[in-house]
Write a protein that binds this ligand. Structure first.
Ligand SMILES: Nc1ncnc2c1ncn2[C@@H]1O[C@H](COP(=O)(O)OP(=O)(O)O)[C@@H](O)[C@H]1O
Ligand SMILES: [Mg+2]
Length: 404
């Protein structure tokens, strides 16, 4: 099936098949399942960005880094944050450089305005020379422009896009749509070779339906037990395979608890390293309890984890009072506002799988649906945006004022 996908853009696509994606990523130390690898394959063949959604620590950012390594492309990263404006994403004018040039050229500039009859006349003269200072020489490209201008194709990672304001999201949407950036003073830049664009979101807020529509979409959840074990093993933690397997199952059990921040893959790896360093030869409730702070970081979570560990490490242990294990009906993901969830936006950890199967028995389908296959059917109606396509000019205006 994969062979029949036509190559639209890249005359020399890096992967001939989904299997090649799996192998190439594995070579870089990234363990992908077929669903993930298929999506990556499509990313390299179709002219679309890839939106990766899922809880923190499931390998979203890492995928972009490893894809860059696997394809030999340079990685450009736009880390999103609240209050970020588009100049940080597109480009800025290098004010310091402009200033330095005007200082050095003070005399020359003096000559230009020397015989101006009055102030208005002098301003006119300077205005006529303005294009000198708003030229490519004084342009400070930020990741989007850099990706577009790059002579070599790149991987562009737009990380944690859910942290950005919706205004920036609109700018991204516009830019990713055409892959060109117009700078009024300079002209329009268009990418020769399209970058592979990966956007990640920890789902702290809903993204615009329009953005989702534009993108291939993949929900990355915690991996199934076998893959997580493979990841842990690949990190050479020093923990024996059999203990690592037990540990993965314990961590999976912790994820079933209603924790503020569920342990992610990196925590499993850290825990494995910790236990290896301690020379642990058998997993028991005691040693897991003593080291549990490696994987759960909030006080309340620690208490819940300590309660659960005995039965997680030994399912036959009788646990008094607490009913355990089975579905409580918390079958869904994100943002059902407990009061302690909203301060750092890190609400991803409670993404609960509806199924409470034991480790190792999951089929692919248990971890969310490959939404890229469905387009935007599930999207919420688009929100009304107060952003116009011309909003980029705001910042140019500012830059200009400052520079003169
Ligand atoms: N599929 C994977 N293969 C290998 N390591 C992985 C994988 N997924 C996650 N990891 C490990 O987990 C860590 C956290 O992943 P990261 O990409 O930072 O998470 P996210 O961006 O989803 O929050 C990575 O540094 C890596 O060590
Ligand atoms: Mg990340």
């Amino acid at each position: 099936m994969t062979e029949s996908v036509p190559a639209l853009e890249d005359p020399d696509p890096p992967f001939a098949s989904v299997d090649e994606v799996v192998d190439a990523l594995r070579e870089q130390g990234y363990i992908a399942d077929t669903r993930l690898a298929t999506t990556v394959f499509l990313l390299t063949r179709l002219d679309k960005p890839l939106l990766l959604e899922g809880p923190a620590g499931v390998g979203k950012t890492e995928l972009a880094k490893m894809l860059a390594l696997a394809t030999g492309r340079r990685l450009l990263r736009l880390q999103c944050y609240e209050g970020q404006d588009e100049t940080k994403a597109l480009y800025e004018w290098d004010y310091g450089k402009q200033l330095m040039y005007t200082q050095i050229l003070r005399e020359k500039i003096g000559q230009v305005v020397a015989d101006a009859p009055d102030l208005a006349g002098a301003v006119e003269r300077i205005g006529a020379e303005e294009s000198v200072f708003f030229s490519e020489r004084f342009l400070a490209p930020r990741p989007l422009l850099e990706a577009i201008r790059s002579p070599q194709p790149v991987v562009l990672l737009i990380d944690e896009v859910d942290r950005a304001d919706e205004a920036l999201e609109a700018v991204l949407l516009e830019t990713l749509g055409e892959f060109q950036i117009s700078i009024p003073e300079v002209g329009t830049f268009t990418a020769d070779q399209r970058p592979y664009v990966l956007l990640t979101s920890n789902n702290t807020r809903d993204l615009a339906a329009a953005l989702k529509r534009r993108c291939l979409h993949l929900f990355l959840d915690y991996p199934e037990a076998a893959r997580e074990l493979e990841i842990v093993r690949s990190k050479k933690t020093g923990l024996s395979d059999s203990l690592a397997e037990e540990l993965v199952n314990v961590v999976r059990g912790l994820r079933e608890l209603e924790l503020r921040k569920a342990p992610s893959i990196s925590e499993t790896i850290d825990w494995a390293r910790t236990l290896a360093v301690l020379g642990v030869e058998e997993l028991n409730a005691q040693i897991l309890s003593d080291t549990v702070s490696v994987v759960v970081k909030y006080d309340k979570d620690v208490k819940k984890a300590l309660d659960a560990l005995p039965r997680l490490v030994d399912p036959n242990a009788v646990v008094e009072e607490h009913s355990h294990g089975h579905g409580h009906g918390h079958g869904h993901g994100h943002g059902h506002g407990h009061s302690d969830e909203s301060d750092d936006g890190d609400v991803d950890g409670r993404s609960k799988r509806a199924d409470k199967d034991t480790a190792g028995r999951h089929g692919e389908g248990a971890y969310g649906t490959p939404d890229y296959a469905k387009g935007s059917e599930k999207d919420a109606p688009a929100k009304v945006r107060n952003v116009t396509s011309g909003q980029g000019s705001r910042s140019f205006g500012l830059g200009r004022k400052r520079a003169l």
